[in-house]
Ligand binder design. Structure first.
Ligand code: GRF
Length: 193
């Protein structure tokens, strides 16, 4: 079972999944492995981590393409070369067309830094603080055509503390993301996708 992880930046969620695969012996217990990391940004820090772990690390630079469809055609080719059992978006910052989502729906996950359905979209931590929320968190969900709205697999809650800056809350949430994303994938491996 090949897991392909899509990143755009540091890839800390990708790294957490890779570590869980190594620690949890997913290869032995579930015949599962992270087969590739694909980034839309050539400068994504996560690419170096993947390479250090001996994982195929590929770039499909969206800036090299005119329009969403040509970019996604190359992205699909890169992903499908690894015959994915699961495609995990992890800090992947491109909106995907319904065509792409339809191709992988049911085996396409994302992690979003809010307690969906609250705060879909961007700047979730700032919005939670400005709204006076007492709690914030993260959500692992199935990706559907509607942005940040698919079936929820895992969530984690963190307190919003008095005087919290956006950075402080983001760091607190990110720590939980690194727990729940591997847990969600492990649950799929145990329970079948
Ligand atoms: C973080 O803001 C995280 O909350 C969201 O994507 C961003 C980058 O994550 N999921 P990562 O370190 O690239 O996994």
């Amino acid at each position: 079972k090949n897991i392909v992880i899509l990143i755009s930046g540091g890839g800390s969620n990708m790294a957490a999944i890779v570590r869980a695969a190594q620690r949890g012996e997913w290869a032995h217990r579930h015949d599962a492995q992270v087969a590739a990391v694909v980034s839309n940004r050539p400068d994504a820090g996560g690419l170096a981590f993947a390479r250090e772990q001996g994982i195929a690390a590929e770039v499909v630079d969206h800036k090299q393409f005119e329009g969403r469809e040509p970019f996604e055609a190359q992205l699909v080719a890169a992903i499908d070369r690894h015959q994915p059992w699961l495609v995990a978006l992890a800090g992947f910052m491109r909106i995907l067309t319904p065509g792409f989502v339809g191709r992988y729906q049911g085996r396409l996950l994302n992690i979003h830094p809010s307690l969906l359905p609250a705060f879909p979209g961007l700047h979730t931590h700032r919005r939670a603080i400005e709204a006076g929320c007492r709690f914030a968190g993260a959500t692992v969900h199935q990706v559907t055509a509607e942005l940040d709205h698919g079936p929820i697999l895992e969530q984690a809650v963190v307190p919003v503390l008095p005087g919290d800056t956006e950075a402080a809350l983001a760091a607190r949430v990110l720590t939980q993301e690194h727990r729940i994303y591997p847990r969600a994938i492990e649950a799929l491996l145990r329970g079948g996708l």
